[in-house]
Design a protein around this ligand. Structure first.
Ligand SMILES: Cc1cc2nc3c(=O)[nH]c(=O)nc-3n(C[C@H](O)[C@H](O)[C@H](O)COP(=O)(O)OP(=O)(O)OC[C@H]3O[C@@H](n4cnc5c(N)ncnc54)[C@H](O)[C@@H]3O)c2cc1C
Length: 537
């Protein structure tokens, strides 16, 4: 296909963009162009679930953003914010946990005035996208492109975690995406036969053979072009050349929670005064662009292990991994065929809570700072991470410059709402209760963090801040809604603008109670249906 006019231009081939590209190009009379800033995903390491840490150091496949430093958080060090930059977007570098969230998350969106977004409306899209290895049922799909599988546990510590949760009085759960959400258990994963099943493999590759779909890699979109209030085209840079392409029907922005609002601002949609500061001509004022930033703020308990059957990057630990490397290359099994976290759960931080408000990720290694704390990783131990599922604090993104290559300023404003701090501290107490259970007796060494003598509310909170983390789930920066801060409507059309939609993590009005990949895929499935229904009618 050689043209500068397409029916649809999709910006970004991540979790949402790949789904949109697949579903729209399934109609062979529609031409679709996908522009992805990152390179193709041909690197074999992308397929290996256990290669997670590699991508935390990659500048080629990861945007590697840093949030604004805050004095009393991580001792003033900026927080690292990984984001995938290749075909598949963040699903190419994520931890592959398959979680949908709680049904009330979606019901809340609908109650906020977003008709059509309740759990009842979303469930068919979760099922449509999924093939669950356990088979189809009322909650799971059996025919979708995204393969979802059970964990092959290679770490005895995971079983101890489940035993410990049970001993501490928490229920166990065999399917967090089924009837019941609460409990501790093994997660399911987007892994197929020992290889990552990201959206590129599931949605984009199968569609790439279609003659009506063109995918351009290393195509960095600089801005969206408007005629009056209508989006008509896109300017992008590939190599040293600048290209302009035009959309006959629509432009669909799928750049993720940081890049989509940035691109809207660079193109003239945002807060009038902020754009004027950077001499960006205003196309349409929407003050909510970049606001309402939310992320799962995370803290952890780190414990030294008396046994050495977890994972470590110390010399002994790496030697012990060798048989697993061979095993993986021979049969796609063993530790490398698994995500970094295999078990966890959704629990209540206190008895007064109705719906679980913390998520636990258990990791059979000493894991902090996205696995970039190598000194810590070199020891033997285990970590229990706790995140606040529905934080009340709201952050914001602001432009540093009108240069599209300059990253946007990220201000999470973590724990600014005291309720978040309370949930986090109570969550750490829940985590400690599990780790202090008899199940861990023969593993338990010294508590490295927060530290055995740290008990008071204030001390615990400060310790949480010292190692504060995130779960890589930024959302909400082009929120769906109808109030003055909303950026898109319930059909994901940008308010006040013609022929432009945003479809990605940024449209969530508020965070879902869990990992965000599956919800974003379902959002994109729904968006594709809305778009195609308009084509037919
Ligand atoms: C390290 C990590 C671990 C995670 N673990 C999990 C997990 O285990 N389970 C889970 O459910 N979720 C997980 N997530 C979150 C989940 O993967 C993301 O929420 C989801 O993939 C985001 O989807 P998206 O479509 O909004 O954006 P993305 O998938 O990030 O896609 C955006 C795409 O747009 C491209 N792009 C951006 N700007 C431009 C531009 N100007 N021009 C062209 N292209 C552009 C990007 O390169 C990218 O490919 C994790 C995320 C990370 C980073």
């Amino acid at each position: 296909m050689s043209t500068t006019k397409f029916d649809y231009i999709v910006i970004g081939a991540g979790s949402a963009g790949s789904v949109i590209a697949n579903r729209l190009s399934n109609e062979n009379h529609l031409s679709v162009l996908v522009l992805e800033a990152g390179p193709a995903d041909t690197l074999p390491l992308i397929k290996i679930p256990g290669a997670f840490a590699f991508f935390m150091y990659s500048k080629k496949y990861n945007w590697s953003y840093e949030a604004e430093a805050v004095d009393d958080i991580r001792h003033g060090a900026p927080m690292f914010c990984p984001r995938g930059k290749t075909l598949g977007g963040s699903s190419a570098i994520n931890a592959m946990v398959y979680i949908r969230g709680h049904k009330t998350d979606y019901d809340r969106w609908e109650q906020q005035g977003n008709a059509g977004w309740s759990y009842e409306h979303m469930l068919p899209y979760f099922k449509k996208s999924e093939t669950n290895e356990r088979g189809a049922d009322d909650f799971h799909g059996g025919l979708g492109p995204l393969y979802v599988s059970d964990v092959r546990n290679d770490y005895p510590l995971n079983d101890r975690f489940l035993e410990g949760a049970h001993q501490a009085g928490f229920p166990l759960n065999n399917d967090f995406n089924g009837k019941d959400f609460e409990g501790a258990g093994y997660f399911q994963f987007t892994i197929q036969n020992g290889e990552r099943c990201g959206v590129s493999k599931a949605f984009l590759k199968p569609a790439s053979i279609r003659s009506n779909l063109q995918v351009e890699c290393e195509a960095f979109v600089n801005k969206i072009i408007f005629k009056g209030k209508k989006a008509i085209g896109v300017e992008y840079k590939q190599g040293n050349k600048i290209f302009t392409v035009y959309a006959k029907k629509e432009i669909i922005l799928c750049g993720g929670a940081f890049n989509s609002p940035q691109l809207l601002m660079l193109s003239g949609i945002g807060d009038k005064e902020e754009l004027a500061e950077h001499n960006i001509p205003l196309v349409h004022e929407l003050t909510g662009v970049g606001k309402n930033l939310q992320e799962h703020v995370d803290a952890c308990v780190l414990v030294k292990s008396l046994k050495k059957d977890g994972f470590s990057v110390g010399p002994g630990g790496l030697m012990k991994m060798l048989p697993d490397v061979i095993k993986y290359y021979k049969s796609k099994t063993g530790k490398l065929a698994n995500s970094i976290t295999q078990s966890g759960g959704f629990l209540k931080s206190s008895p007064e809570v109705d719906v679980p408000d913390i998520q636990l990720h258990f990791v059979p290694l000493l894991f902090d700072d996205c696995g970039r704390d190598v000194k810590l990783l070199a020891g033997h131990g285990y970590s229990l991470h706790v995140c606040v599922l529905r934080p009340k604090s709201r952050g914001k993104l602001t432009l540093k410059s009108a240069d599209p290559r300059e990253p946007i300023r990220i201000d999470f404003n973590f724990l600014s709402d005291p309720d978040d701090a309370k949930v986090l501290v109570n969550g750490i107490r829940v985590a400690r209760k599990i780790l202090k259970s008899a199940a861990f007796d023969d593993y338990r060494g010294e508590e490295i963090h927060p530290g055995k003598d740290v008990e008071s509310e204030d001390e615990l909170l400060q310790k949480c801040k010292d190692r504060l983390g995130l779960v890589y789930h930024p959302v909400g920066t082009c929120k769906m809604g109808h109030d003055v801060t909303a950026v898109v409507d319930n059909e994901l059309k940008v308010h006040g603008i013609e022929s432009l939609r945003v479809v990605d993590a940024s449209i969530m009005p508020d965070l879902v109670s869990g990992n965000t990949n599956a919800p974003i895929i379902a959002i994109a499935e729904k968006a594709a249906d809305i778009i195609l229904q308009e084509v037919i009618s």
